[in-house]
Every structure is written in structure tokens, then in C-alpha cells.
Design a protein around this ligand. Sequence first.
Ligand code: HEC
Length: 417
Amino acid sequence: MPLSPKDAKEAKAAKKTLRWALAAVLALPASGAEVTFYKDVLLILQQRCQTCHRPGEIGPMALETYKDTRPWAKAIREAVILKRMPPWHADSQYGRFRNDLSLPPREIETLVVWVDGGAREGEPADAPPPRRFTQGWRIPQPDAVFELPEEVRIPASGTLDYQYYSVSTHFTEDRWVEMAEVRPGNRAVVHHAIVMVQDDTGFRFGRYLAGYAPGMSPQTWKPGQARLIPAGSALIFQMHYTANGKAGVDRSRIGLVFAKRPPESRIVAMSASNHWLAIPPGAANHRVEASTTVTEPLSLVGMRPHMHLRGRSFEFRAVYPTGESQVLLRVPRYDFNWQPYYYLEQPILLPPGTRIECTAHYDNSANNPRNPDPNVEVHWGEQSWDEMMLGWFDVAISVARSGSGLLPGRSAATMRR
Ligand code: HEC
């Protein structure tokens, strides 16, 4: 994809910074010739790249062996210098996140020095033991797996509305879920999948459990935190398929890892959203706001911005009852293909009366290479060529609380223009 003038400028600045950093590294006595694949590089790949770069995962190539990796040496050098890889889009000035994928400068240097020194293989005896992954999952072996009741056929063309499938859990007792991963059966056609818990609270689509969107990692909460699936609940799969020119089939599924001991807190999803957005044609930096006020003490554990193809930047702030405000997360260059949950390293306490404010900017100009049509006014809608403005956030509440007053779109989630 061609870089926009702004991206090109940023890329140039990043390269300049790196030239400076490299000059410093190369001045050290340890020269690139001593950095080898087995001794220095493989461990970094195992820890930072292989969750995605192994067979069956989203990375386009495996980075497991020297043979896999060697042809990509130059591309790896560039991707880590420009911080395109590993993908991580939060502004490091605000908040610390426990799923931060970005490489420490030291590791960037190691990779670059390795490539510049000829990408040498070294001695296999120096290799760390291979990292073990669960086959077919990014979470540990799930305790329960539920899949769509049937294979879904996706036509080659046309617009597909959201489709809903209900799958009974047959759980005879309450289950606490510590990790959840939604796996699309066919990534080429699954635009997103959300799995909700339908219990007896009477909400048509139930409560958010876990989701898949491009670049979204599995949901994993800290030990002691879990989402509840009450006995007898069904799981509702909300499937959004996009026709891509070739007919396909999909059978998505969700894997659940249960808490091994009773959790201390329950994770509940909330959101601030703005359904009245109207982005003028051609607008390059259109601002949209949303907010929601919490009505009882909550502990914020993670956030996730959601916009579509015109999304440009997103920010979460907390405005405390004292009037003080704090930036919780800033994603300066939102990328539709990467929509992770940002899990806070330390929870943030939100006293009652705290307002969670979200600010989104959209680029509806012709300069946005992803823009499906710069000539239209854009409104809220389900399809990628429509827009959304949703600030999801996860809070931890005491397990004793039912959480029914905290549901997104319900009492606590006030929406405004
Ligand atoms: C969260 C998943 C994920 C992680 C972690 C990840 N990658 Fe990737 N990588 C991808 C995907 C998906 C693509 C293809 C789409 C793209 O380029 O954005 C890709 C593309 C690439 C490419 C080719 C395109 C380019 O941008 O040059 C390189 C090289 C690469 N990755 C290297 C790495 C290295 C090295 C690491 C670890 C230091 C890493 N990646 C970590 C998912 C990941």
C-alpha cells in the first residue's frame, strides 16, 4: 500500500532516529558478525513473532527456522525499524499495557545488527528450545470449544447482513472464563465475529463474551478475573461476513479456558458510543465524541477503540469527579486491520461520577487510501463503508455484583453527540 505523505514523513523520521541509534550500536566492540540466528535472534522470534508467524496463524510466513527466516531478513529489518512489526499502535506516552507487543530498542538493534552482519546462521547448539504452542489456538488448550451449528456458505458477491447463531452450552453450573479465543473458520470472509452470552436477563443479544476482528488477540484476563457464563446459557455468535469475489464456507468457533479457582472479580464489557455521527464528504480530520458516566466504583482493566475504514485516531480519557482528567489510551494512527484490546498493566480505579470520554477522528478525504468513497456523507452502520464510533472498555467488579446495571447500551452507557 503506498504511504500517504504523512506516513512517508513519519517513516523518514523513524529511519533517521534509527540511523542515529545504529551508529551508537555499531560503535560498540561487539560487531554484527557475532550476532547469529541461533544465539541471538531465534529467542526474539519465539517470544515476539511466532504467536502470529507460524503455520495456521495470521502472519503471512512462518519465522520458526533459519530456513523460514533467512529470505525475510531484509523485510524484517525494515519492519522493525519502522515499527510496522510487531503491530502495536498505542502512543507509548499514555498508559502501560500488559499485552504491549512493541519491541524493546535492544531487540530492534539485535535484529538489525544481525541482518547487517549478513544474517548468519551460527551454531545450532546455541539455539533455545522451541517454544510450544497449542495447535490451532493462541490460548492454552481450551476446556470447552463451541462452533457454529453448521457450515455457512458465503456467496462471491453482494452485501451480507449480520447473521446470528445460537449454540447451547449445556452448562449445568455457572462457569467462569479466564481466557477466550474466537477463531474464524475462514479469515478471507469473516469480517468480524462476536460471541455473546445469552442468559435469563432478557437481553436479546446477551452480554459480550469475546470477539474476533482483524488483528485482535485472544481475550485473556489476569488470574482472579473472569467472565461469567451462567448455567443454562446459550452462546450467540454474531457473524459479519464480507463477500470477497470468491465463494467460501466458514465454521467459526470459540475456545474457553475456565478459571481453576473461584475468581475475585468479574469482567464486564461497557462502551461509550456515538450513533449520530455524520462525517461530511472530503473531511480529512472530522471529530466525533462520546462519553459515559460510571455510577458505582469500578476498576478499569482494558479498552478497545472500534471504527471502520475512515477511522484515523482514537483517545480514551477519564474525567474524575474532582475535575481532573487523564488520558487512558491514545491510538494516534488507527488501523482497521489491527483492533486489539489494550489491557492495562495495572487497573485504574474509577470512582462513581467518573466520565469516560472518547474522541475519534475520521479521514473521509481522497487522501485516505482505504476510503471506500470520499464523496458521501457517512453515518453509523454495520458495513465497512459505513462508520462506527465505539469505545469498548472492560471493567472488573466484585463477583457478588450481578452487573446488570452496567450493560453497554443500558443505564450506565449514556450516549451523546
Ligand atoms: C499480532 C500478530 C503479529 C506479530 C506478533 C508479528 N507479526 Fe509480522 N505480520 C503479521 C501479519 C498479519 C502480517 C501481514 C500483514 C501486514 O503486513 O500487516 C505480518 C507481516 C510481516 C512482515 C512482512 C510485511 C512487512 O511489514 O514488512 C514481516 C517482515 C514481519 N511481519 C515480521 C515480523 C517480526 C520480525 C515480528 C516479531 C518481531 C512480527 N512480524 C510479529 C502479524 C504479526
